[in-house]
Write a protein that binds this ligand. Structure first.
Ligand code: NAD
Length: 441
């Protein structure tokens, strides 16, 4: 069996590599020549745990290849997956130019029946547009070639994308075609040996499922952040409250950690896009509007604590920032809370020296010389007026506080992910500012 995957970002590259792992011939296509060149030279443009191993193995076995030439990749392919970006448009709706551009390209080059599956996160109604874009090109060519469209939203998480793809909780396929169902069943069977389901549904419901899932998760984050902020005000402790509510199985204890707001390439844009879809239909989504505004506010929470501690006098101070990526185990900094905190600190005249185990290259690309870059978390602390923990990388969990107290000018930790033990820190005379835990003595 042979397939084509269009787009070699987090989703396309991981999907293509994991499909190849099951013995399928996979050709990954991208318009970005630099990326394709890297991939053909044995280099992966993104950081994702476990990806390099299976990428190398499958390239060596000749099952995985990379090209900018869609036409050749489509030859004999039974399915083509569209996994290109859907960034937010100026008005917050999903920008479909890459998805529809890829669809037109498929229409220009396909020469036999193929299933066109959309993996990109796309708003309700996009499959109709994908179909129309392909048909338009076929008409231009004056040919009639049958094809089917399917919606196949992706649920992998950056940082554990390979494991998520290889062992999915569920596969969602939206299609009206029996032939497309057959092809998708064949492709996904190897991933479902753990008994997890493949759910077939209509295209509209499938497209909606992805947005509903991400919006629900974003809602949980904004909810727990609001409760955490209120805990601080009333003198309650969010850890206790989280355990208290999480032990109710209807609530559950997962995804209930307060922090500096959600970021990344998905939650912010998907929440925005669903709000936009609903607005267009004349049904404003009040909950999601609140989720978004709470999140925007939360991104400044840590800065506010810094500002308050120093009585607003931040000019000339220097801070060590631990973690830049929007979450651990990824180099992705899209919509990362670190960016908001950095911006505000710099505006206030402070200096930031940062360290992230894998996002340094990406940070330099985005921030240039706006901040300093340390060689490790200790290096960042030399003569610093405090540590700002933004991303909970495992290696930040148990630092040597005795070393830190020698390096820091001010023994203060602003902990945006509540990873430290406040009693332990206070015993060592650190001033500690977590999120939603009892106020500092
Ligand atoms: P990305 O920006 O990392 O990668 C997109 C790739 O598509 C880029 O390499 C780009 O060059 C390429 N591309 C654009 N137009 C093209 C064309 N016409 N032909 C070939 N290549 C083209 O994006 P991503 O993070 O992989 O996300 C892709 C989609 O999957 C988005 O819709 C996103 O919402 C969704 N998604 C992302 C995640 C995630 O964690 N990143 C998870 C689930 C779903």
């Amino acid at each position: 069996m042979k397939i084509t995957v269009i787009g070699t970002g987090y989703v396309g590259l991981v999907s293509g590599t994991c499909f190849a792992e099951t013995g399928v011939q996979v050709v990954c296509v991208d318009v970005d020549e630099h990326k394709i060149k890297m991939l053909n030279n044995g280099k992966i443009p993104i950081y994702e745990p476990g990806l390099e191993d299976i990428y190398k193995r499958n390239v060596e076995k000749g099952r995985l290849s990379f090209t900018t030439d869609l036409k050749s990749s489509l030859e004999n392919s039974e399915a083509v997956f569209i996994a290109v970006g859907t960034p937010p448009d100026e008005d917050g709706s999903a920008d479909l130019k890459y998805v529809l551009g890829a669809s037109s390209e498929i229409g220009k080059h396909m020469d036999h029946y193929i299933v066109v599956a959309t993996k990109s996160t796309v708003p309700v109604g996009t499959s109709v547009k994908v179909k129309a874009a392909i048909q338009k090109e076929l008409q231009k060519r004056e040919v009639e070639i049958p094809f089917d469209v399917a919606s196949n939203p992706e649920f992998l998480k950056e940082g554990s994308a390979v494991q998520d793809f290889l062992r999915p909780d569920r596969i969602i396929i939206g299609t009206e075609s029996e032939q497309a169902i057959k092809v998708m069943k064949k492709l996904y069977k190897p991933f479902l040996l753990n008994g997890h389901p493949i759910l077939f549904m209509d295209i509209t419901s499938s497209e909606m499922t992805k947005y509903a899932a991400n919006s629900m998760l974003a809602t949980r984050i904004s909810f727990i952040n609001e409760i955490a902020n209120l805990c601080e005000i009333v003198g309650a402790d969010i850890d206790a409250v989280r355990r208290g509510i999480g032990s109710d199985p209807r609530i559950g204890n997962k995804f209930l950690y307060p922090g500096t707001g959600y970021g990344g390439s998905c939650f912010p844009k998907d929440v925005q896009a669903l709000i936009r879809t609903a607005n267009e239909k004349g049904y404003p989504l009040e909950i999601l509007k609140a989720v978004e505004s709470v999140n925007n506010r939360q991104k400044s929470t840590l800065y506010q604590k810094i500002f308050n501690h120093f009585g607003g006098k931040l000019k000339g101070l220097k801070f060590a920032m631990w973690g830049l990526a929007f979450k651990p185990k990824t180099d992705d900094m899209r919509e990362a809370p670190s960016l908001v905190i950095i911006e505000k600190l710099i505006e206030a005249g402070a200096e930031v020296v940062a360290y992230d185990p894998v996002a340094m290259k990406e940070a330099k690309r985005i921030l240039g010389n706006k901040i300093g870059y340390a060689k490790d978390e200790y290096d960042a602390c030399i003569d610093s007026d405090g540590i700002i923990l933004v991303t909970e990388w495992p290696e930040f969990r148990l630092p040597n506080f005795r070393v830190l107290e020698r390096l820091l000018k001010n023994k203060i930790i602003f902990d945006g992910r509540n990873i430290y033990d406040r009693a332990e820190l206070e015993e060592m005379n650190f001033t500690y500012y977590p999120i939603g835990r009892k106020p500092v003595k």
